[in-house]
Design a protein around this ligand. Structure first.
Ligand code: CP
Length: 323
């Protein structure tokens, strides 16, 4: 794998391959192998132009568990405030020896530009670009759904036959876009549920069903309900119902949680707006996978960095054991 820029261009076998390597990585963590030597001598740069807790720390943990060196760059407090461009910033970090650049940027397409411009030779991983994509979030979501569904028999499986409902601010959500492409590539049926003003105009070209009523969507018995964060910071042009109306009509309250079929799981990528899109009862219930998603994110990002920088698909266990 040269870069990971989106899930839209991933084929089913590639996606299952990444999830399977992530299984290997998760197993090494379970066996309390704190560090694999695989990426010793490699340098991973976290280039973050937007705020992040989970993604940045997760990539840092993943790189360190593979013995890579990590350089963390945050636009806040950097020479970006003096007008330094993306090209000059990236080339400065490349000159310090970056082998991989993990980039989060407010502009959709920034990772693609970095990967294809010829400015740098490092592999590029998209850690979220504008409203476009967040591929490692979708991979960790798919990993979590597969793991909860198939347990120890997950390896090699796709998500054929599963139904996932994605609920909330679809319009601004790169998480929703990456999940739509990945989950459908893996064989899942996807329903989007949102107020009409938070559904993208081009949704008719997506391989999904759209509903506006959360109770109807729950009655359709989804195997997984993915609640999205209301992105107040990107809400300028869109009409947004009042918070009270939103939480009444599209929030996962305790009654809706009860109405979910037995065995349905509740995902949220975080950060959560408790009391708005998800109640505390739902967020803290045994059905919620929020913290599993965070833990699985480290394994998935280890897999992505490994495939990007170690350059083959032999298992991490084989690497560790020198086979
Ligand atoms: N899910 C997610 O991308 O969270 P952060 O913004 O904290 O990285």
């Amino acid at each position: 794998m040269r870069h990971l820029l989106d899930t839209r261009s991933l084929r089913r076998a590639e996606a299952v391959g990444i999830l399977d390597v992530a299984e290997d990585m998760a197993e090494t963590q379970l066996r309390e192998v704190k560090k694999l030597p695989t990426l010793r001598g490699k340098t991973v740069v976290n280039l973050f132009f937007e705020d992040s807790t989970r993604t940045r720390i997760s990539f840092e943990a993943a790189a360190k568990r593979l013995s890579a060196d990590v350089i963390n760059f945050s636009a806040k407090g950097s020479s970006v405030s003096k007008g330094e461009s993306l090209q000059d910033t990236a080339q400065t970090l490349q000159a310090m020896g970056a082998d991989a650049v993990v980039i989060r940027h407010g502009a959709s397409g920034a990772p693609q530009t970095l990967a294809t411009s010829g400015w740098i030779s490092a592999g590029v991983v998209n850690a979220g670009d504008g409203t476009h994509e967040h591929p490692t979030q979708a991979l960790l979501d798919a990993f979590t759904i597969r793991k909860r569904t198939h347990g120890a028999a997950s390896r090699g499986r796709d998500l054929d036959g599963l139904h996932v409902a994605i609920v909330g601010d679809i319009l601004h959500s790169r998480v929703a876009r990456s999940n739509v492409w990945l989950l459908t590539t893996l064989g899942a049926r996807v329903t989007l549920v949102a107020p009409p003003t938070l559904v993208p105009q081009d949704v008719s070209a997506w391989p999904v069903t759209v509903r506006y009523d959360l109770d109807e969507a729950i009655a359709d018995a989804p195997d997984a309900l993915m609640m999205l964060r209301i992105q107040a910071e990107r809400m300028n042009a869109a009409y947004f119902p009042t918070e009270r109306e939103y939480s009444r009509r599209w929030g996962l309250d305790p009654l809706r949680l009860e109405a979910l079929p037995t065995g349905s799981m509740v995902l949220h990528p975080g950060p959560m707006n408790r009391g708005l899109e998800i109640s505390a009862a739902a967020a803290d219930s045994p059905r919620a996978t929020v913290l599993e998603q965070v833990a699985n994110g480290v394994s998935v990002r280890m897999a992505v960095l490994y495939l990007l920088l170690a350059g083959d698909q032999s298992s991490a266990n084989e690497k560790e054991e020198g086979r």
